[in-house]
Design a protein. Structure first.
Length: 362
């Protein structure tokens, strides 16, 4: 589990030191910094995987707090299980609008008792001013824990279900290692579960039927004219016609993708979802909350950004992190039940959010 994250001078985040829990629900106004926080999690794989330039491109200014004239670099540290941590400094390339790895390292907590003094942790490896291609081929045994955690670290966003979106298109049948961030391989991954994990697949179908009573079951098989491709097809109750992704509502399609993500047999160590409530009926939102709790209870850490009052009403104050813009920076605060004790006897957490009791409002 990610125990703690430190960020400095990254986008709207000037300085952040935040302890994370199994469940972390970010709420706040548009532009407060929730999406900036989630986008930070795209960095670890790009750093160790040799794709930093693909992520940053020629736009380092957009990654630095108020640009390179104000911020000379941005810094991050991610603590895994209080046993190992990776840290990095990314600085602008001189004369260009790109960035480079100024420093990247892995720290080990040799006695497991130091919580905040990372300068007392043992340095497993440290590299300065190295090209990312060189870092990609480095092989240090101490990085195994870090890499295992970051391997499937993705920010899932199933918002785009338009007619031209990737989730609507047939997918390659062998693209089934994990569900992709935008759900583009949803059909292939569901087919894999159908063939190799039938009980989990049937559980996913039952959950979908609970919010979409017209849904009968999936009808998944390789394309008869091109066995390398598969399309998301399903049967409706009372009909023997086949339907595909174009015949289902946006909210139902998103719910199918979310259900597949949260009920798959081997959950990612960390599940990060951006605004999963879009287009969902309040009943479906309650089902979503239950699946999120189940995932967290099964050992996966859940980090979600939301604007939904209905969603946060399913969680305890300690699960919720408010995000506000204050003094030209994003400020993150975790709620505490003790601070809201007098209110919670008569109101839900969502009610208190609407009443602006703890901020996270425009």
């Amino acid at each position: 589990m990610i125990e703690r994250i430190i960020i400095e001078n990254f986008k709207s985040i000037r300085k952040l030191d935040l302890e994370l829990k199994p469940m972390n629900i970010l709420i706040g106004a548009n532009g407060a910094g929730k999406s900036n926080f989630l986008s930070f999690f795209k960095l670890p794989n790009s750093l160790f995987g040799g794709s930093l330039q693909n992520l940053i491109g020629n736009n380092i200014n957009s990654f630095l707090h108020f640009g390179r004239k104000i911020s000379k670099k941005f810094y991050g540290l991610i603590d895994i299980n209080n046993t190992s941590a990776t840290y990095f400094h990314i600085a602008p390339t001189f004369g260009k609008n790109s960035g480079y790895i100024q420093e990247l390292g892995v720290l080990l907590n040799t006695n497991h008792s130091i919580i905040k003094k990372y300068d007392e942790w043992e340095i497993a490896f440290k590299r300065n001013d190295r090209d990312e291609a060189d870092l990609y081929v480095l092989n240090y045994p101490e990085t195994n824990t870090i890499m295992e955690h970051f391997d499937l670290l993705k920010v899932y966003h199933f918002q785009d279900v338009s007619v031209l979106s990737r989730i609507m298109e047939p997918s390659r049948i062998n693209d089934n290692r994990e569900i992709r961030e935008n759900g583009s391989n949803l059909a292939a991954y569901l087919y894999f579960l159908q063939e190799k994990h039938p009980q989990d697949f049937e559980n996913i179908e039952r959950q979908i039927r609970s919010v979409a009573p017209f849904f009968n079951k999936f009808n998944l098989a390789p394309d008869r004219l091109n066995a390398e491709h598969i399309e998301l097809r399903w049967l409706e109750k009372g009909s023997d016609d086949y339907f595909n992704a174009y015949d289902i509502s946006d909210g139902t399609l998103r719910f199918i993708a979310l259900t597949t993500l949260l009920l798959q047999p081997k959950l990612p160590k960390t599940i990060i979802i951006d605004e999963p409530e879009l287009g969902l009926h309040p009943f479906a939102i309650n089902k979503l909350a239950a699946m999120m709790k189940q995932a967290a209870g099964n050992g996966s850490q859940v980090i979600v950004s939301t604007q939904s009052v209905s969603l946060i009403d399913n969680f305890e104050p300690e699960d919720i992190i408010t995000v506000d813009r204050d003094d030209e920076q994003s400020v993150f605060r975790r709620l505490r039940s003790d601070d809201l004790k007098e209110w919670l006897d008569d109101y839900t957490v969502g009610d208190l959010w609407n009443k602006n009791v703890f901020g996270a409002r425009p």
